[in-house]
Design a protein around this ligand. Structure first.
Ligand code: UD1
Length: 417
């Protein structure tokens, strides 16, 4: 099993270039199934989840060529509509092929993704919304068997709760439904806007008509396109916290600062000095870190995918902080491991009380999910002594070249086999 060895506590200094967004790439890859023409995607991150999604597309009959962050997809002969458990179980975003397969073939059999470490993560919102487009479905032996006997038919749908995945699945499906679909109470994460821009570049007819409302006129045909995926805002946020927590000095490049306004404002309030340029955020960490209460929320709120990372920073705050996790019911898996490094965090349901003024000490650790893994690296970077982080396959699902990027700015980090 691969592990990471980290020696703290030195200040990070230099430049880090942000990669393409995993969470924007995954729905865009699923959406390529709508096309029978050549699609070229650029700036894809070279991480495990992207390879899993490409494998899933190949298993459905797509021809792909992935080289140097660029993927060329040909779907001329894409005819299969069965997504197997083996591929969907490791990555929940596999369920995003359901919408495009239904749009293309009128029926599909897609494995249920199952639960994961951070919560039960059902897909009821995806399925109920698809049924409003004329889809009949049943769940048999862990698979969704879905069909649209009359094809997908446009409809007015209001999501009962904001869901990133359900919004994406429905936008993709409705793009080739008959007639017009209006979706309300949509998630408006920047990755969804990126998906919409990609679909428009492919010839789909989609328009935001209010803050959380989108109108989609189904089209029959798509066209060839070349599209470059947006930057990874969670990776950017992670390195901003890395600078703040190590009292470092980092220039984070290849991003659009306005997209991460919430994170920048919170880091400023916590005490970091931040200067923003067109495609760069320059951050200088402060010795004095102010405690703060934070709750996670759908965009433009503070992202749940940065909750574990900010918790590490708040352990060094000048007082007690409160973190409320409002998106996933079980996203405090990192707490026990951080406490083994000297943190004093107690949880009660979806709330965590974080005691401040903590000095971390190195320890042998176990990573539990993608963002929890990276929070352990952040704690290890600021800890006295050596930490060894086990089970880092989670990390490889979503962070491109993390050791290389951290090493370049002065971290003592290496991978052990
Ligand atoms: C996506 C992101 C993930 C991020 C999350 C929230 C990808 C690949 N993943 O996940 O990194 O943490 O958004 O920003 O982009 N829910 C239901 N029923 C459903 C769907 C969702 O109850 O059918 C619940 C979930 O359990 C969760 C909440 O709604 O409590 C939000 O989930 P959702 O926004 O759908 O997250 P994902 O799309 O799975």
């Amino acid at each position: 099993m691969k592990k990471l060895e980290v020696f703290g506590a030195n200040k990070l200094n230099g430049h880090i270039n942000i990669s393409g967004s995993k969470n924007a790439s995954l729905p865009i890859l699923a959406a390529t199934l709508l096309s029978n023409k050549k699609v070229c995607l650029k700036n894809l991150p070279n991480v495990k989840d992207i390879h899993t999604m490409i494998n899933l597309l190949q298993s459905l009959g797509s021809k792909t060529n992935f080289y140097n962050k660029k993927l060329i997809i040909n779907n001329f002969k894409q005819k299969k509509n069965f997504a197997s458990y083996a591929l969907v179980k490791t990555m929940r975003a596999g369920i995003l092929v359901l919408g495009p397969l239904l749009a293309k073939f009128g029926n599909a059999k897609v494995s249920l993704p199952g639960g994961c470490a951070i919560g039960t993560r059902p897909i009821d919102i995806h399925l109920k919304a698809l049924s409003k487009l004329g889809v009949k479905y049943k769940i048999v032996q862990g698979y969704v068997h879905a069909s649209a006997p009359k094809g997908l038919i446009g409809s007015k749908i209001s999501f009962p709760k904001i869901s990133v995945g359900a919004t994406e699945n429905l936008i993709i499906a409705a793009s080739q439904a008959k007639g017009t679909t209006v979706l309300s109470n949509c998630a408006i994460e920047p990755e969804i806007k990126d998906l919409v821009n990609f679909l428009i570049s492919m010839g789909c007819s989609i328009k935001w008509i209010a803050k959380r409302k989108i109108k989609i006129d189904g089209v029959k045909e798509t066209k060839e396109t070349t599209y470059s995926v947006m930057f990874d805002r969670i990776e950017a946020g992670t390195y901003l916290v890395a600078a703040a927590v190590t009292e470092g000095n980092l220039k984070i490049n290849n991003l659009i600062p306005s997209i991460i306004k919430t994170e920048i404002n919170i880091l400023k309030k916590i005490g970091a000095k931040i200067r923003v340029k067109r495609n760069q955020v320059h951050i200088i960490g402060n010795k004095k870190i102010k405690s703060m209460n934070i709750k996670t929320a759908p965009y433009p709120g503070f992202p749940t995918d940065l909750q574990a990372q900010i918790m590490v920073l708040l352990c060094k705050g000048n007082n007690k902080s409160l973190i409320k996790e409002d998106i996933f019911e079980n996203r405090f898996m990192h707490v026990a491991e951080l406490n083994r490094m000297g943190a004093q965090i107690s949880t009660n349901g979806n709330k965590a009380v974080v005691k401040g003024n903590i000095s971390f000490t190195g320890a042998e650790l176990m990573a539990t999910d993608l963002r929890a893994s990276v929070s352990l690296i952040l704690a290890a970077l600021t800890a006295k002594g050596k930490s060894v982080i086990n089970r880092i396959y989670h990390l490889d699902r979503g962070y491109e070249d993390i050791e290389k990027k951290l090493k370049k700015v002065g971290a003592k980090i290496r991978r052990l086999k």
